[in-house]
Design a protein around this ligand. Structure first.
Ligand SMILES: [Zn+2]
Ligand SMILES: [Zn+2]
Length: 139
């Protein structure tokens, strides 16, 4: 990853929910799946994967929502910003919504995932790898 800082901070739009990460990111991707699109109300949802043990909310606790059987997502109950994605099938990592980080420009995506569910009018204009489904551990 481009960033080497070991402390990463972020939070929601209104500032009620803040979090801190104390380890380096593992990867950065753009998800085109239907669930992420609905959560973000946007064509894609970029996320950065971190070691789960390095992630902690500071202060207020966010709302959470099981978007599928093994997946728990968090968001701010006041402003609605999506914040994290965690799956029981891979408890070692947590996906953090890239744009919720304080410096989202520091985590450029490395690839596209779930391109099979991409909106027909969305044009991918970069040369990054495109995976039909999820990351290997999320397939
Ligand atoms: Zn908020
Ligand atoms: Zn997704």
């Amino acid at each position: 990853m481009q960033t080497s800082a070991q402390i990463h901070r972020g939070g929601c739009l209104c500032g009620k929910i803040r979090y801190r990460i104390t380890d380096a990111p593992l990867r950065s991707s753009l998800c085109h799946c239907r669930t992420c699109r609905k959560i973000a109300s946007a064509p894609t949802l970029p996320f950065v994967v971190f070691p789960a043990a390095s992630f902690a909310f500071e202060g207020d606790t966010p709302e959470s929502f099981a978007s599928s059987e093994h997946v728990m997502r968090t968001f701010c109950g006041t402003c609605g910003s999506p914040l994290t994605y965690a799956t029981k099938t891979d408890p070692q990592t947590i996906d953090v919504m890239t744009v919720s980080l304080d410096d989202p420009g520091a985590y450029p995506p490395q690839d596209h995932v779930w391109v099979c569910e991409k909106l027909s009018w969305e044009v991918i204009a970069d040369n990054l790898p495109q995976h039909p489904r999820g990351l290997p551990h999320e397939d």
